[in-house]
Design a protein around this ligand. Structure first.
Ligand SMILES: [Zn+2]
Length: 630
């Protein structure tokens, strides 16, 4: 936590102001800027944790208590702590950012606050963001000058009027060595700040010069809308630099995370559960203006795992909720290659991935120019599953009129089907592939199975966190015990009474029994209202470390049911759980009865026999319950 930071910094920002900032900051609003939250019941919210990689939401927010906590990785705190962790801000920077949001004028203990852009004790991030904001203003103003005519013409030729250029903050880096650098130095930004932020660089002679010159400029923003870098396009033939130049890696600009347009697209991405990944700045603009508000683009790098992470949190992409990711590609060879590479990436997506290829190999910007806004919307609407696209790409390379061609195409296509994360879809694709190849299903199925066993790593079930202390045996009884505990932890209101009716002794695995006992120790699941507090109380009641760790795991592990759990599901789960112990007791009892001499030990014999009858009756009832009757 930041106890030391508070003591240190409280001397600068007044304590009562910090308290006011904390009180006036809606934790849900602050966190919603970067993490999509949905209701977790009891007024709590949950989403995918930004601090560790996860597929089901264990990141909990309690607006009532103004705190957040992740059951997956143990991170937690208040709104200030969230900004510190998520945006890598210092304590002071976080308080300042929240104060800005809430419209609170901070008072500093040592003298009054100087002008916000030049205050030396501001944190580095805020200084670099301020320098970028000043640079945006500078480049925008330059766009209206005579020298910027090629930049204005570039935008106009691509269908962007003045309003569009303004909406995206487009600007122009003038034909000068150090105009921006001097401008920013005059505003109080230091030599080091301009170099660190990637806005200026030292020349050979050692003087500071502008990084970008004679280029059309796009400000690149983070999720919260702060400008953190620039994309710069070449305009002049005698410019021998690359077509696009981007801000280099800086403390605030990480190209593997950055998505152009995310600040404008994030709300629609979250609302529609859908994101469209395009290739350039003009494509993002064209899509947004054409009525596809969910478009974003990577900046000077291929779409990678970190981008997936950013999007998954917005999409709330979990095993239960599948967000849709749509890649648009040119129909050319490079685009096809990119699509096949995306197929490799796809294995990290839980959501469904689609490809939208323009029939005329036009990017969204060209398409909008040539055929209008509707054509861009149609392009996205006509998306096809990535698997279908990739299979077609492979098959098209072979001559299917020959036996050799068909067999070779099958051999090449089979690994793609074998890689499908969603195994239930494999038979469907085996049939489709057989149809496309004009072959029988049988040999295609064999080829897919062979390919699946050849890549055991990729085919394995999604990795779980390592099991706590004692390995949990992966057998049906163990699975159903886990499921029961998950219901008690995640859905206590629903599962409470039925869960509490089954005692710890019915749980075969000792760690499971320990968690069951902890639930009993805090008064049973029926008394709980759920949420973070409930799970923490169960965890605190656990007597051993393995059980504590397991509570954290089970609190976040998805239930093994499609859709919402209902009383019927709880009933079936609890019946299956008891079935194991009842059947083994029946077996033990039968063996004991065989060993009793009914003549000499008549009473014992009849008692055991009576017990057997009632157990068998119980077993019958459980079997009916497990079959789904309530
Ligand atoms: Zn976490």
């Amino acid at each position: 936590m930041y106890a030391e930071g508070v003591a240190d910094m409280a001397g600068r920002i007044r304590d009562e102001d910090i308290a006011l900032v904390r009180e006036r900051s809606s934790i849900a609003d602050v966190i919603s800027e970067t993490v999509t939250l949905k209701s977790a019941g009891s007024g709590n919210l949950k989403g995918l944790c930004p601090f560790h990689d996860e597929k089901s939401p264990s990141f909990n927010v309690s607006p009532a208590r103004n705190v957040w906590y992740c059951f997956g990785c143990g991170a937690g705190g208040d709104a200030i702590k969230f900004l510190m962790d998520a945006e890598h801000l210092s304590f002071v920077e976080s308080v300042e950012r929240l104060a800005d949001r809430a419209g609170i004028q901070l008072r500093y203990v040592e003298g009054e606050s100087p002008a916000p852009r030049a205050r030396p004790q501001q944190g580095q991030r805020q200084r670099l963001v301020a320098a970028h904001a000043a640079a945006v203003d500078f480049y925008r103003a330059q766009l209206t000058t005579a020298g910027a005519r090629p930049a204005r013409e570039f935008l106009a030729r691509r269908g962007f009027d003045r309003a569009a250029a303004e909406r995206y903050g487009c600007g122009f880096a003038p034909d000068a060595w150090d105009l921006l650098t001097k401008h920013l130095r005059q505003q109080g930004f230091s030599h080091d700040e301009l170099v660190t932020g990637g806005l200026s660089r030292p020349s050979r002679s050692g003087t500071l010069i502008d990084r970008f010159r004679r280029r059309l400029m796009w400000p690149i923003r983070d999720l919260a809308g702060d400008v953190i870098g620039f994309g710069a396009r070449k305009l002049f033939d005698d410019d021998d630099g690359p077509k696009y130049l981007n801000t280099p890696e800086t403390p605030i600009y990480k190209k593997s995370h950055v998505l152009y347009g995310i600040d404008q697209a994030k709300r629609e991405i979250a609302r529609q559960g859908k994101v469209v990944v395009v290739e350039g700045y003009t494509d993002v603009m064209a899509c947004h203006l054409a009525g596809v508000p969910t478009a974003v683009a990577t900046c000077g790098t291929a779409f990678g795992a970190d981008h997936i992470g950013v999007l998954r949190r917005l999409l709330l992409d979990t095993d239960a909720v599948a967000g849709e990711v749509i890649f648009t590609f040119d129909g050319d060879a490079a685009g096809q290659k990119a699509a096949l590479r995306a197929f490799e990436d796809d294995q990290r997506f839980v959501g469904r991935t689609f490809i939208a290829v323009s029939p005329d190999s036009m990017d969204p910007c060209d398409l909008r120019l040539a055929k209008g806004d509707m054509a861009v919307r149609d392009l996205v609407a006509r998306r096809e599953p990535l698997v279908d696209f990739a299979l077609r790409q492979v098959i098209n390379r072979y001559d299917l009129d020959t036996v050799d061609g068909r067999v070779e195409a099958m051999r090449r296509a089979a690994p793609l089907v074998a890689k499908l994360k969603d195994r239930e879809k494999r038979p469907e694709y085996v049939r489709k592939l057989a149809g496309d190849l004009g072959m029988e299903i049988e040999p295609v199925q064999r080829a897919v199975l062979a390919a699946a066993s050849a890549t055991p790593g990729k085919d394995a079930a999604p990795a779980r966190r390592p099991a706590p202390a004692e390995p949990i045996v992966d057998n049906p009884q163990s699975m159903v015990e886990r499921e029961a505990l998950k219901l008690a932890l995640q859905e206590p209101v629903l599962a409470g009474p039925m869960f509490d009716a089954v005692e710890a002794s019915e749980y075969r695995h000792p760690v499971h029994a320990a968690v069951r006992a902890a639930v009993a120790a805090v008064g049973g699941a029926a008394t709980a209202t759920g949420g973070a507090v409930w799970i923490e109380s169960v965890r605190d009641a656990c007597e051993d470390l393995a059980a504590r760790a397991l509570v954290g795991e089970l609190a976040v592990e998805p239930l093994r049911i499609d859709g919402e759990p209902d009383p019927r599901y709880v009933s079936i789960t609890m019946a299956r759980l008891q079935w194991g112990s009842v059947t083994s007791r029946i077996k033990d009892l039968k063996s004991r009865i065989q060993r009793i001499n009914p003549v000499n030990n008549k009473d014992e014999y009849f008692a055991a026999f009576g017990e057997l009858l009632s157990l068998e009756q119980h077993a019958r009832a459980l079997r009916e319950q497990a079959a789904g009757g309530l």
